[in-house]
Design a protein around this ligand. Sequence first.
Ligand code: NAP
Length: 267
Amino acid sequence: MTTQTKGTALITGASSGIGAIYAERLARRGHDLILVARNRERLTELARRLTDATGRSVQVFPADLSEPADLAKVEDLLRTDRSITVLVNNAGFGAATPLLQSDVARMSEMISLNVNALTRLTYAAVPGLVERGNGTVINIASIVAVAPELLNGVYGGSKAYVLAFTRSLQHELADKGVRVQAVLPGATATEFWDVLGHPVSNLPPAWVMSAADMVDAALAGLDQGEVFTVPALPDAGDWSAYEDARQKLMPNLSHSQPASRYGVAKA
Ligand code: NAP
């Protein structure tokens, strides 16, 4: 049991699945915790269990992050609690339906949680982390960030946002003492799949990782200095090749003339 704190980790979506494992692992690494999700009972039960097991201070903060008033309270906490050193933006939900079978109100709710809440919480946390020259932001994206054809397009788009936002944050914060990481889990055995209406038991077991293995790999990736962690990807060189292809585009993405293949005559 570590007695000296490594600062407080605020974890969203900590009441189940990936977030609950992050809570357990970060407490064992010596962090005090603030656990955020809607389900107060589950958070309280987890907090009791983790306090007993680790001796860390664990605070529960029930909030619906798609509700502006609740979100503002969590933002306020991130701005004012100077003990916070880690933010895990994990709360989120998905869908598997195509546009023609999807309810646009549910899609908006998804954007408000997966994109808007993650953005506002990051904006609330980062200035303090920069000021203290110490901190880590872990954003839970998904493999659908690079493979949006697999599930619902708004879900894929929301996670592509998380990837792009994290990439930009890394660029902006690399020299300011703040670490950022985007985690891109593949199928992970959690209630996520029940929420989107396809229990994980319907998937081929060979595709599905346990939440514990996923989080352990993601934390190992963080320790190894990765900005992008794809826990299932066997060859890290494949991600580097993807990044190299993106970099190769960079010098040619903006020119005064359209490319000649479009046959647009010069004015
Ligand atoms: P999960 O077990 O369903 O956990 C989702 C968490 O988000 C729960 O703690 C839930 O708690 C919380 N949450 C949902 N709506 C919320 C709201 N409006 N306000 C606050 N908290 C809310 O699923 P999970 O797999 O652990 O998901 C965690 C993250 O991993 C998500 O961002 C998901 O997109 C991502 N991910 C999952 C998979 C997968 O296959 N499981 C793959 C790639 C990425 P309450 O219900 O108590 O609010």
